[in-house]
Design a protein around this ligand. Structure first.
Ligand code: SAM
Ligand code: SF4
Length: 474
């Protein structure tokens, strides 16, 4: 039977967003260059920043200091993550929704939206199409509706994992859906989910109430804020936070996100696995209040400052942004992007080249194919990665934190990224992309320290190329 989860809270649930305090931090005068540099140095030593320190970076305006913030973000990204970029694709499962978020085309008051929930067979067709392009990681996206309860999400996850097309398989399924109750999280965890993402959209209470009617479930600020705490209590230790930038002041939202990350770290000993920072996009049936739109320069600051504030947390940049800007923003500390994305229900098999607004939640800025994005990334010197080894070896949550400090990511993740890249080149790349990829692989291998790890990597690459072996990882 389908039912909405009970609106229970976690133990000791509190509203930890102290708005007056965050505003007071943002109301301070411009920081001195020395103070900004001191904070940058702390971050470069790979220490997470406090909200107070993050506020100082947000208040810096001097172009020279902003350049230093950008340069530090680039450096930190390089030392923690190397030049890898993890790739994934979104898969929209159903857009029925009981909420009425003013900014979203799926809101219940948008009567022109074409409503649809994919059947299990249709889901298999979409997954087959994604596997045939080379995808290994998906994020499943759901509206909020009794139809999409925890059993439905768990069954969908199992269905996705069971699809095999040629050498293709999905190795990690993340979720972006409404908050669940404890039992719900246990069910989806048992189905083998990766990250459970819930975006707070805005941490600013008044704005939250303005864009989420109090007559809807999403209108309950504390229930949503507490959503990921319930996930932790139920054993899901791999979670993602997000803000929809453009609803309220971007500086306040960055502080809200950092506060949330620190709260989870303090309470559960584990921070979020990823942060997302979608910017508002045009959407069918939606009128925007443009007061808080975040321009490209401000957006760069958002990303660079988040990178510095939470050195070990993945940053996700989606195809909402245009290709040229995505290319530039990658160097500011982004670690994951989607590619070849379609967000119409059934879009991976049914859509033509043009986007159909009535069928999607918002319009995308980058609709290039996975192959094109792979080629550009590699030509720019990035190593695209489909690696899922941490999650599949049980290295998540607290364990992931142990492994990621110090240098684990660079030592193990780079070889793992190269193995998944070799699979992509062998199975899916166009001849042009393969040529660029082979050059990149050779360059990366030349950079690797001589020793056992390099020997093993070379052997495994040869097994993938010559013997058709797949799914090798360290
Ligand atoms: N329905 C669930 C919820 O609201 O949490 C999960 C999926 S919702 C389809 C995914 C995210 O899309 C939302 O959390 C919101 O941040 C984002 N979104 C909604 N409307 C948008 C728009 N017009 N432009 C950009 N992102 C948007
Ligand atoms: Fe529904 Fe999510 Fe869209 Fe809000 S953002 S209307 S909850 S799909």
């Amino acid at each position: 039977m389908c039912a909405l989860p009970a609106m229970t809270l976690s133990r000791e649930a509190v509203d930890f967003i102290d708005e007056n305090y965050l505003n007071s931090l943002l109301g301070q005068s411009r920081p001195s260059a020395a103070r900004v540099r001191e904070i940058i140095a702390k971050s470069l030593a790979k220490e997470a920043l406090s909200v107070e320190e993050t506020a100082v970076l947000l208040l810096a305006e001097d172009p020279e200091l902003l350049e230093e913030i950008f340069a530090a973000a680039r450096q930190l990204k390089e030392t923690v993550y190397g030049n890898r970029i993890v790739l994934f694709a979104p898969l929209y499962i159903g857009n029925d929704c009981i909420n009425d978020c003013t900014y979203c085309a799926f809101k219940r008051s948008n009567f022109q939206a074409v409503r649809r929930t994919l059947t299990p067979d249709e889901i298999r067709q979409q997954v087959t199409a994604l596997e045939d392009k080379g995808h290994k990681r998906l994020i499943l996206v759901f509206g909020e509706h009794a139809k999409y309860d925890a059993d439905f999400i768990a069954d969908t996850v199992r269905n996705v994992y069971s699809v095999r097309s040629g050498h293709g398989e999905i190795r990690r399924v993340n979720i972006n859906a409404a908050p669940l109750d404890h039992e719900g999280y246990r069910k989806v965890k048992e189905a083998g989910i990766g990250t459970y993402q819930i975006f707070m959209e805005t941490y600013h209470h008044e704005t939250y109430s303005r864009v989420h009617s109090h007559k809807t479930r999403k209108g309950d600020y504390l229930y949503r804020l507490d959503g990921l705490s319930r996930a932790f209590e139920a054993g899901c230790d791999d979670v993602g936070l997000g803000v929809l930038f453009g609803l309220y002041d971007w500086r306040f939202e960055v502080l809200g996100m950092v506060r949330h990350a620190l709260y989870l770290q303090e309470r559960f000993n584990v921070g979020p696995h990823t942060l997302s920072f979608p910017r508002l996009r045009p959407a069918h049936g939606v009128d925007f209040d443009e007061r808080y739109f975040v321009d490209d320069d401000q957006f760069k600051r958002v990303i660079a400052i988040l990178r510095l504030a939470v050195p070990y947390t993945g940053l996700i940049l989606t195809a909402r942004e245009k290709p040229e800007l995505r290319r530039e923003l990658l160097s500011f500390g982004v670690s994951q992007i989607d590619a070849g994305s379609r967000i119409e229900l059934g879009g991976y098999t049914e859509a033509g080249d043009a986007q159909v607004m009535e069928r999607e939640q918002f319009s995308l800025g980058d609709i290039r194919s996975l192959d094109e994005v792979m080629r550009e990334l590699m030509a720019d010197g990035y190593v695209p990665s489909f690696c899922t080894s941490c999650y599949r070896s049980g290295r998540t949550g607290e364990h992931f934190m142990e492994f990621s400090i110090p240098g684990f990511i660079k030592r193990f993740c780079t070889p793992n990224a190269l193995l998944t890249l070799e699979e992509y080149l062998a199975d899916y790349a166009s001849p042009e992309t393969r040529a660029v990829g082979e050059r990149l692989l050779a360059d990366e291998l030349a950079k690797m320290e001589e020793g056992e790890m390099k020997e093993r990597t070379l052997k495994q690459l040869a097994a993938i190329r010559d013997k058709g072996t797949r799914d090798l990882y360290f």
